[in-house]
Design a binder for this molecule. Structure first.
Ligand SMILES: Nc1ncnc2c1ncn2[C@@H]1O[C@H](COP(=O)(O)OP(=O)(O)O)[C@@H](O)[C@H]1O
Ligand SMILES: [Mg+2]
Length: 376
């Protein structure tokens, strides 16, 4: 665990970049530092690997003051990734990644084998190994940066706005990749960003800093969204806080109705008997949804696929959130969301009203937990 204990950084010109900051950064999770430009994020990160020394306070790594070990040993235990990757332009991709193992005295062959393994881990095609950084896209370079930081297998990764310079689609891919790597390798990641959505997506816990390097709130993302500490945090979180928070409530508990789901080749009599629902979801022979129909249209004869109503975007109850389910219901012209299994086969439907009740229940549970925590 990294413990930042009442740390202040005053630069020689008098700028207070970080002001009495205390944070406990848990092992094997992603802790995000987020805040507007100039709020002291980079300074904080650099104090963790001693590229910047605190003016006051101390930083502990596994209970030991980081000043008690040689700075090189400390840095070896901490991979560092920056915006635009900071690659060596005159070295191939493979040799960029092999840099640290080589510095640590590993034989060239072994270091390169390790680099090749890491390329695969971060989703880089082996064919890129002999290229130079300028021959890669921004997103690919960023992956190289991550691979290089992982090369010496450090327990800690410090990442300073690593994905800020790439376009939103590539960025989403990099974020997903980071979460996957974290899942597999269990690193302790301290991730800096100015983008609150990135913070909420990646962070196990998120520290919101305000200008002057003061901590505004340190909490899991769902708690930030439900209970921002003050107007600054609320403003920084931005619009649609309530809707975004639904991402943290699983859709698994939703009660699905199967009666309105009918296969396209079912006989008309059986279809008519399901007419308690205002709409029926027609599926193909494999159970994949085709669209909605009013029951009496189905009983009239063969199903005209062209006339079925679009079923919006289905959700997977086991893995999706109430946000995705609600989105599906809102997008569906019938107001009912379609639930599918991993293979895309309809497993049931659920109305906006039922989703609404599930949301209220989830809010109730969160409030009860908060009360319990506060000893109320
Ligand atoms: N070497 C430096 N000397 C003087 N002031 C600095 C130095 N580095 C950063 N600062 C100032 O410290 C504050 C925090 O900077 P920084 O940690 O880079 O913020 P962030 O990464 O959140 O944008 C800013 O006001 C910045 O101008
Ligand atoms: Mg910065």
């Amino acid at each position: 665990m990294i413990r930042i204990d009442s740390v202040t950084k005053r630069y020689p010109d008098g700028t207070v970049a970080v002001d009495r900051l205390s944070l406990e950064i848990p092992d094997r999770s992603v802790t995000v530092l987020v805040g507007p430009s100039g709020c002291g994020k980079t300074t904080t990160l650099r104090m963790i690997n001693r590229m910047v020394e605190p003016s006051e306070g101390s930083i502990l790594l596994d209970g030991q003051d980081i000043r008690q070990q040689p700075v090189n040993t400390l840095r070896r235990s901490m991979g560092y990734v920056i915006q635009n990757a900071g690659l060596f332009q005159h070295r191939t991709i493979l040799d960029n990644i092999a840099t640290v193992p080589r510095l640590l005295g590993r034989p060239k062959r072994e270091a390169r084998a390790r680099a090749a393994e890491l390329m695969e881990r971060v989703g880089l095609d082996a064919a890129l190994a002999k290229r130079y950084p300028y021959q890669l896209s921004g997103g690919q370079q960023q992956r190289v940066g991550v691979a290089r930081a992982l090369a010496a297998d450090p327990p800690v990764l410090l990442m300073d706005e690593p994905f800020s310079a790439v376009d939103p689609v590539v960025r989403k891919g990099l974020q997903d990749e980071l979460l996957r790597i974290q899942d597999e390798l269990g690193k302790t990641i301290v991730f800096v960003t100015h983008d609150i959505d990135e913070a909420i997506k990646l962070g196990t816990k998120v520290a919101v800093l305000r200008t002057g390097g003061r901590l505004a709130q340190f909490a899991p993302p769902a708690e930030l969204l439900s209970a921002p500490a003050d107007a600054f945090v609320e403003d920084f979180l931005g619009a649609d806080r309530g809707i975004r928070r639904l991402s943290f409530f699983p859709a698994a508990g939703l009660e699905l109705q199967t009666a309105p789901v009918v296969p396209i080749d079912a006989d008309a009599g059986r279809l008519a008997s399901g007419a308690a629902a205002p709409y029926l979801l027609v599926t193909d022979a494999d159970g994949r949804p085709l669209g909605w129909s009013e029951p009496d249209r189905l009983t009239a004869g063969a199903v005209d696929r062209e006339r079925l109503l679009d079923f919006g975007r289905p959700f997977v109850p086991d893995t999706d959130s109430l946000r995705t389910a609600l989105d599906g219901a809102v997008l569906s012209p019938t107001g009912w969301a379609v639930a599918v299994d991993g293979e895309g086969r309809a497993v049931g439907v659920v109305s906006q009203q039922v989703i609404g009740e599930a949301i209220r229940d989830a809010h109730g549970r969160v409030a009860a937990r908060a009360d319990a925590k506060a000893g109320r």
